[in-house]
Design a protein around this ligand. Sequence first.
Ligand SMILES: [Zn+2]
Ligand SMILES: [Zn+2]
Length: 152
Amino acid sequence: MAFPQPPYEGACLCGSVQVRVTALPLLTVACHCRDCQKLSASAYTLTTMFPVDAVSCTGALVRGGLRSDGRAHYFCKSCLNIVYSQLGHAPERINLRTSILKQAALFEPFVEVMTDEKMPWAQVPVVHSYAQVPASRDEVQSLMDAYSERGR
Ligand SMILES: [Zn+2]
Ligand SMILES: [Zn+2]
């Protein structure tokens, strides 16, 4: 199936939080870290990154997760489904949980990170794999460039 064009719509588990996105994704990522395993109650999280200006949310969100410096996780206040994260070093991006999107299945992960901590049976068919995380902003940018050129 052809990759869907924006706008994209999505919602939390209960529907109280509605999300609308008006730009193409910057990158899709599976993270295998232990924190993401706990956050998702599963083997890894799926993230689709968008420019912050392209994402609008309605409905009440609460900040949860570790509340650590430089890392903010936002959940629906009603159903407590995780909706997105924002990282202090990249305030220009929203890390939307891919499962929030109506067409989530089409946003397949391009990169996996933190495979050092992955569950040994968890296999994700990605193009780029990192034992930890990309070493620099330049490396993240080159991944985003490669992602935007995929399939052309
Ligand atoms: Zn909800
Ligand atoms: Zn993680």
